[in-house]
Design a protein. Structure first.
Length: 256
């Protein structure tokens, strides 16, 4: 499934066997051996590192997580226990000494899978960072929206108004208001739900300008009032925007 070609393998503190050298020639794998303090090791930019346990922690500490090579710790078959660097998460897997052809090829294949996993982890990290930014933007937008929503209303004879507002998890904006007409006989109720904060801002701007564009008698007519709001916002609405409006006027005398 994964061809172990064009791979650079570094041996650190481990002597590669003739079997490994022959396999490398067959599969066009570049092999290099390094000593502990060899300055050329980092410049080699190995895809895979085969090292004894004494070198592994050094390698892992020096390599950044992004682009880190696959690290295989080598230990003799006669070892009584697994190297502690495996349990510490400093190496990806174990290679038994002496290294056999099939074991070597299997680890190179495993390296291919590890590389794919690290690429996915990198994508996940990017997605998580993007989600965090979006959540921060949402919190900021919610704070603005809360300032626009009334939590107290002026006293109106015979009417008690209470409100509670919860912000949703999606970008959007709501607006509601209860107001008394100048004659004290009529009370207006307005509730809206819009699909974006941008449209919510446009709606509030329209509401602020409405007294100048509609007379008090016009505002007593819900059909005319909602029609005016829709005509003002229609050109600002995108293809995926939606706007829901409830507007009613209560006559205190007739209770209609």
């Amino acid at each position: 499934m994964l061809e172990p070609r064009k791979i650079k393998v570094a041996f650190l503190g481990v002597v590669e066997s003739e079997e490994v050298k022959a396999t490398a020639r067959e599969y066009q794998i570049e092999l290099r051996s390094f000593t502990k303090n060899d300055r050329d090791f980092e410049a080699f930019s190995a895809d895979v590192v085969v090292a004894d346990a004494s070198h592994v922690s050094n390698i892992f500490a020096k390599m950044p997580r992004e682009g880190r090579p696959s690290i295989f710790v080598a230990a003799p078959d006669s070892a009584g226990a697994l190297p502690t660097v495996l349990d510490a998460g400093l190496a990806d897997d174990l290679l038994s000494l002496p290294i056999r052809r099939l074991d070597f090829l299997a680890k190179l294949r495993w390296h291919g899978y590890l590389k794919s996993i690290r690429a996915i982890e990198g994508i996940n990290d990017d997605v998580n960072r993007m989600i965090q930014r979006l959540e921060a933007d949402l919190v900021f937008a919610q704070k603005i929206q809360r300032r626009l929503i009334k939590d107290r209303f002026p006293p109106m004879s015979g009417i008690s108004v209470k409100s509670k507002y919860w912000c949703g998890m999606k970008g959007g904006g709501d607006y509601f208001d209860v107001f008394e007409f100048a004659d004290k006989n009529s009370v207006g109720f307005l509730l809206t739900d819009v699909s974006s904060y941008k449209l919510s801002s446009a709606f509030i701007s329209t509401m602020m300008q409405m007294p100048a564009n509609l007379g008090p008698e016009d505002m007593r007519d819900p059909v005319r009032t909602v029609g005016h709001i829709h005509s003002e916002l229609r050109e600002r609405m995108g293809a995926n925007d939606h706007l829901s409006i409830f507007y009613g006027v209560l006559d205190r005398k007739s209770f209609q």
